[in-house]
Ligand binder design. Structure first.
Ligand code: ATP
Ligand code: MG
Ligand code: ZN
Length: 454
């Protein structure tokens, strides 16, 4: 009997029986290719045919104390981990090529090792000499980290069994090669097999394992998403080319809040922590100008001020452009629709560009009002009053909803020298922290208040 072919998406791991140019599951293009799936073994025998043994069941009540966490002392990292490193946890650190993953993890390895954890750093991408050179440049040559350069998973697991480290860093999961899996390194099957073996080792031996994963656009190399479900914690290291800022973001965490961010700056001597990200994100801001609005946001548990910039110009195209960097394109379309339908301010025939300065990606609905303000300010060519922050969610009816943690946002704004804030009315009464606070109930009221029209 001819073996039926299996096709697999290297971005999300979805399987299908036929090839197509675009993955139906995740929408990525050119990521589908043929591959032997991991479960290609004899699957014909029913599991029920042979009796297993009963597993012991327990109650939920526990006497056990929560595991002691180890702090690296790199506060931006410890916070994103949920308050330090949990023993036996499996962590995935994903990011674009060249963003600084190896730098971050070598620095983390050094600090964890100095805090007393037995730490192994296995590089599958670089020769030991290369890693040592990086260590030297980062001033970490004396850190008690044990270094290995290997891609053979069997040898790595044997070494881990023998060494029993408390922390093992694998850079990267795409270079690992399991000899029992019949496909090329970097394929979905290989990446999953390696991640499975390493996380199983973590649970079995109490070792924390950090896996580096490249975000790739090449169809043949599996992306980190295909192993997200296997690990306890998923962190992404993000940044913009041409910017020094790097953001470490928790997108999944079984041991702490997700959506927490850590902010770093890439320097010649490595990544340095940014303790006050608002100051950094606003540092490039010039005089108040049309289209520029400061959004008082919350990232994880921390308030972060960031500049939202809009440019609105007559369009030469029959289909005007809508370009967004750092925010959601669908959400922009919604704000434009609400401005037109509820406030009678059309954007038809106008190109709209929206940018979140500093390379930060924001996903909070509370950014709606800042975006609307930037769009209006750009369209009317009128700057907002100086030293003013804006935040609040806009509903389809044009009503404004109060944002969570209003007081935290105001406090951060005041700390950074802002004197006024515009926010939705309603919700808990707040102390304004010395700011002059304007509260609007709906978008029309907001437009009238700020632009004297509506
Ligand atoms: N001598 C240097 N001075 C300043 N910055 C440097 C220097 N060498 C490297 N860098 C910075 O470090 C970045 C590369 O860091 P790193 O190798 O940690 O990234 P990575 O995400 O591990 O990359 P890869 O995808 O190659 O594994 C470079 O893009 C650059 O910004
Ligand atoms: Mg690297
Ligand atoms: Zn897919």
């Amino acid at each position: 009997m001819a073996k039926s072919k299996t096709f697999i998406c290297s971005a999300c791991g979805a399987t299908s029986t036929k090839w197509s140019g675009r993955c139906e599951a995740c929408g990525e293009w050119n990521t589908i290719h043929e591959e032997t799936p991991l479960s290609a073994g004899p699957a014909s025998k029913s599991l029920g045919a042979k009796r297993g043994s009963s597993i012991p069941l327990t109650s939920l009540a526990t006497e056990e104390t929560p595991p002691p966490r180890t702090h690296s002392g790199i506060e931006e990292l410890d916070r994103v981990l949920g308050g330090g490193l949990v023993p036996a946890s499996a962590i995935l650190v994903g990011g674009d090529p060249g963003i600084g993953k190896s730098t971050l993890l070598l620095q983390a390895a050094a600090r964890f090792a100095e805090s007393g954890l037995k730490t192994l750093y296995i590089s599958g991408e670089e020769a030991s000499a290369q890693v040592r050179m990086r260590a030297q440049r980062l001033g970490l040559a004396q850190a008690p980290v044990q270094l290995g350069a290997e891609t053979n998973l069997r040898d790595i697991l044997t070494t881990l069994e023998a060494e029993r480290p408390q922390l093992a860093i694998i850079d990267s999961i795409q270079t690992m090669w399991a000899d029992n899996v019949d496909s090329a390194p970097g394929s979905v099957s290989q990446v999953r097999a390696a991640a499975h073996e390493l996380t199983a080792f973590a649970k079995r031996r109490g070792t924390s394992v950090i896996l580096v994963g490249h975000v790739t656009k090449e169809g043949q190399i599996a992306g980190p998403r295909v192993v997200e479900h296997m690990v306890d914690t998923v962190l992404y290291f993000e940044g913009e080319r041409g910017h020094q800022f790097r953001i470490l973001r928790a997108v999944k965490n079984r041991f702490g809040p997700a959506d927490e961010i850590g902010v770093f700056e890439m320097t010649g001597s490595g990544l340095s922590e940014v303790i006050n990200p608002s100051a950094l994100f606003l540092s490039e801001r010039g005089e108040p100008s049309p289209g520029s609005v400061v959004f008082a946001g919350i990232e994880g548990t921390r308030p972060v001020l960031v500049e939202v910039q809009a440019l609105v110009a007559p369009s030469p195209h029959s289909q005007p452009r809508r370009t967004v960097v750092g925010w959601d394109g669908g959400r922009l379309a919604m704000i434009l629709a609400v401005l037109e339908a509820r406030c009678g301010i059309p954007f038809a025939g106008l190109d709209v560009y929206l940018n979140v300065a500093g390379g930060l990606k924001i996903s909070e609905p509370a950014a709606d009002l800042a975006v609307a303000a930037a769009l209006l300010s750009a369209r009317e060519d009128a700057a907002l009053p100086a030293e003013t922050v804006v935040f609040g969610e806009i509903s389809l009816s044009g009503a404004l909803r109060p944002a969570p943690q209003t007081e935290n946002r105001l406090k951060e704004a005041q700390k950074l020298g802002f004197t006024a804030a515009i926010a939705p009315a309603g919700g808990k009464s707040v102390t304004d922290g010395g700011l002059s606070l304007t509260r609007a109930t709906d978008l029309t009221g907001f437009v009238g208040e700020v632009f004297g029209a509506g």
